[in-house]
Design a protein around this ligand. Structure first.
Ligand code: NAD
Length: 278
């Protein structure tokens, strides 16, 4: 089966549309002269319109000073008309990571990157704010009613923004997750044994569909643009009719679509947290 993101994303947006959505604004620190950031911004604008939320773009070029960056961030942190804040990475200026991860108001931290929100994820089962991509991967599997309890799950990638939170979400659902990374020596064995594989390595071809066991499920988080301009994931489909043997999310049209819906969900969630209504 193909895990298509559209239905899951539409479900998330329809649920949000039942709520009071007045006065939502997302502030985005946006790198200038960066093609990828440009397309992320357009995508954000398109999705924010679905819930009538506004966007406040803070352009960042290589001339922006450290102090100017944090002065603007502090203004946005305190501004009651700003509901959420996102920083499109990588920035064209050097910002020490710990300053960014402690600098964003945790109640406006739409992508849950701050130490506060990451700490909350790992020290409790609280899922008030989860990084959008990790949350989207779980939502997509839940939409297709995939069971987690007792399952062998393999998460390939240990970034703080995707792989690690996803590991914790599987753990919260009583799966037995393993995290693979660049230092993992028996990756192929782990892939063969997994009931669910979440591929978030950013390495094209790290998994081939023929390596997945019959009936297992794959969420493919990777995004790559080929020389021909085609968008593809981390997994290479190397046999025909794989969707009748295994379950997997296509790229594009899988996790990425749900990630955009989760951004809207998290923006609304930020406002609830600010009003103590989460
Ligand atoms: P990252 O580079 O921060 O992390 C990659 C992780 O994968 C690292 O932990 C690394 O150890 C592991 N890894 C890489 N190559 C490996 C290998 N050969 N063997 C084992 N482990 C390996 O990347 P990220 O920010 O977590 O993003 C991962 C991918 O997800 C990228 O392709 C990115 O474009 C994509 N992404 C997609 C969405 C979405 O909405 N679908 C959102 C964010 C990121």
């Amino acid at each position: 089966m193909l895990f298509k993101g559209k239905d899951a994303a539409d479900g998330i947006v329809s649920k949000l549309l039942e709520e009071d959505l007045t006065g939502l604004t997302l502030a985005v620190f946006h790198p200038l002269n960066d093609g990828a950031a440009e397309s992320y911004l357009k995508t954000k604008e398109k999705w924010l319109k679905k819930i009538n939320a506004k966007i406040e773009v803070v352009p960042v070029d290589e001339k922006m000073t450290h102090d100017a960056f944090f002065k603007r961030l502090e203004q946005l942190n305190k501004d009651d008309s700003i509901t959420g804040i996102m920083v499109e990475l990588p920035l064209p200026i050097k910002i020490p990571e710990h300053e960014l991860l402690t600098g964003i108001n945790p109640l406006k931290d739409v992508d849950a990157i701050t130490y506060f929100n990451q700490g909350k994820i790992f020290t409790s089962k609280n899922e008030d704010l989860i990084p959008c991509t990790s949350a989207a991967s779980i939502k997509l599997l839940e939409h297709y009613r995939i069971d987690f309890a007792g399952k062998n799950v393999l998460v390939i990638g240990r970034s703080y923004i995707v792989g690690l939170p996803l590991f914790k979400l599987f753990l919260n659902r009583n799966a037995t997750p393993t995290v693979a990374h660049r230092g993992t020596s028996n990756l192929k064995d782990l892939i063969h044994n997994a009931d669910i594989v979440a591929v978030c390595a950013g390495t094209r071809g790290i998994v081939k569909s023929s390596e997945i066991k019959d009936g297992a499920s794959v969420v493919d988080v990777g995004i790559h643009v080929t020389e021909e301009g085609k968008v593809v994931g981390d997994m290479i489909i190397d046999q025909e009719n794989e969707e009748s043997r295994i379950n997997y999310s296509p790229v594009p049209g899988g996790v990425g679509t749900v990630t955009n819906a989760m951004m809207l969900h998290n923006l609304v969630q930020c406002r609830k947290l600010q009003k103590n209504q989460a």
